[in-house]
Design a binder for this molecule. Structure first.
Ligand SMILES: *Cc1c(COP(=O)(O)O)cnc(C)c1O
Length: 436
């Protein structure tokens, strides 16, 4: 067996990591095992440390690592077949998963396109919206309308609707479609629809929508919680306004629930906080319980039939690994496992635990804001986090987090016990108390 030290050296020489430099690689931890909510990491000195994964591997691993039900579903499908092309061929795991997704989605959503990552599902959503408008004879409607502060993935179309500053659009000027940006909704879930900041935002948003009405095909947003753009909750009233603007101007409403879906914000989909239905819905991340890369773009019958009746006569997309049977099988098992338990009660109690555990951080020097929505807890500092120092300080307390910009945040696996949630809250709070 090769030593942890040697493997980490080869890693630094060979591998890109997310948003990484190969000449100035960031500190790296080697995972040797993952079980339940815990990661086992090589400590680089022949030993190992254990940590609760407070990130659920970036929103995905809701039922924990090596979940026996998911392991079993995957093994069963391996014994049947692992993959077949989806052109001209179909299979029961895909059909059953599509049925289940349509069942759990907002009522008007009736059709499913499977793909292999969240970014691609957003690409497909945008493509659907563009083809929809062409089919309706609205050929000038080629732009997306969104709000600042969003994150929708890293391929080019999703990148074009990410926040222009956080998304570093300046690096890709000329290569990136110029979309229409409205202001970021005012911060805070609990903002009423007669709140002055909400009203000011609504006026600005109405104005942008009206100004670009002839150019816009669809509104695309993350409902209620902007994720990687800043872990930023906003009020359901804002989402309701976007729905009404879409209806007024003939835009489609694309809701990107890749991070927020599957119960994370306290409702099964975040759009349920607002009682708003999308025309197109993107899901990913927790879809397979974190086991395999899979995402889906869902749409209404109006969208599906209009696009299918348009000039192309088809939705022009078809990934090689579309509807991979292993991913379908494990996704189905993950959804059934979730629905078969009191997931809302579990998320509510994680929410209460994170609120209690992180509350003391609010009064620490250097802390600007503490916020919790569903099973997501966020501490925002007054300036950039020293990522290495903070990661290590939290890790010494038995918890894995991955801060970015000015944010230290957690979205734990739903299978964390109350005690483990308390450990996460304390670890983050104590690490911040130590100084940034
Ligand atoms: C992670 C994420 C994506 C991109 O998904 P990938 O699987 O990383 O391509 C898109 N939208 C949102 C809201 C996300 O959180």
């Amino acid at each position: 067996m090769r030593s942890g030290e040697e493997l980490l050296r080869r890693d630094a020489e060979l591998l890109w990591h997310p948003y990484s430099s190969l000449t100035q690689p960031a500190p790296m931890h080697l995972v040797t095992r993952a079980d339940g909510v815990r990661l086992q990491l090589d400590d680089g000195a022949g030993g190992s440390v254990e940590a609760i994964d407070a990130m659920a591997s970036w929103w995905c691993m809701i039922h924990g690592y090596r979940n026996p039900v998911l392991d079993e579903a995957l093994k069963r499908q391996v014994d049947e077949f692992s993959h077949v092309m989806f052109g001209g061929l179909t299979h029961e795991p895909a059909i059953r998963l599509a049925e289940r997704l349509v069942e759990i989605s907002p009522a008007p959503i009736e059709h499913v396109f499977f793909c292999d990552s969240g970014s691609v599902s957003v690409e497909v959503a945008i493509k659907l919206a563009l083809q929809y408008q062409v089919a309706r004879g609205n050929n000038g409607r080629t732009r997306m309308l969104t709000v600042r502060g969003g994150y929708h993935g890293d391929t080019f179309a999703p990148m074009s609707v990410c926040d222009p500053v956080n998304g570093m659009h300046s690096l890709f000027t000329g290569a990136l479609k110029e979309q229409v940006f409205g202001p970021q909704p005012p911060a805070g879930f609990d903002r009423a629809d007669d709140d002055p900041e909400y009203l000011a935002w609504a006026v600005a948003m109405r104005q942008v929508a009206a100004q670009y009405a002839d150019e816009v095909a669809a509104i695309v947003v993350e409902p209620i919680l902007q994720g990687a753009g800043g872990m930023y909750p906003y009020s359901p009233a804002c989402l309701r306004l976007l729905r009404s603007l879409a209806d007024e101007h003939g835009f489609l409403l694309i809701l990107d629930e890749i991070a927020t879906g599957f119960g994370r914000t306290g409702t099964f989909f975040a759009s349920e906080h607002a009682g708003v239905d999308p025309d197109i819905l993107c899901v990913g991340k927790a879809l397979t319980g974190g086991y395999l890369s899979m995402a889906a773009t869902l749409c209404t019958t109006d969208v599906a039939h209009t696009v299918s009746g348009g000039p192309g006569g088809a939705l022009m997309h078809g990934p090689t690994f579309m509807a991979n049977p292993l991913a379908c099988a494990v996704a189905l098992a993950s959804i059934d496992l979730l629905l078969g338990q009191d997931w809302a009660g579990r998320v509510a109690s994680i929410s209460a635990g994170l609120s209690a555990g992180l509350a003391p951080a609010a009064s620490l020097p250097g802390v600007k804001d503490v916020r919790v929505l569903g099973a997501v807890g966020v501490v925002q500092l007054g300036g950039p986090v020293d990522v290495k120092r903070m990661t290590d300080a939290v890790l010494r307390r038995g918890v894995w987090v991955r801060p970015f910009r000015d944010l230290i945040y957690t979205m734990p696996p739903y299978v964390c016990t109350d005690e483990e949630i308390a450990t996460i809250g304390h670890a983050v709070t104590e690490a911040i108390a130590e100084g940034n």
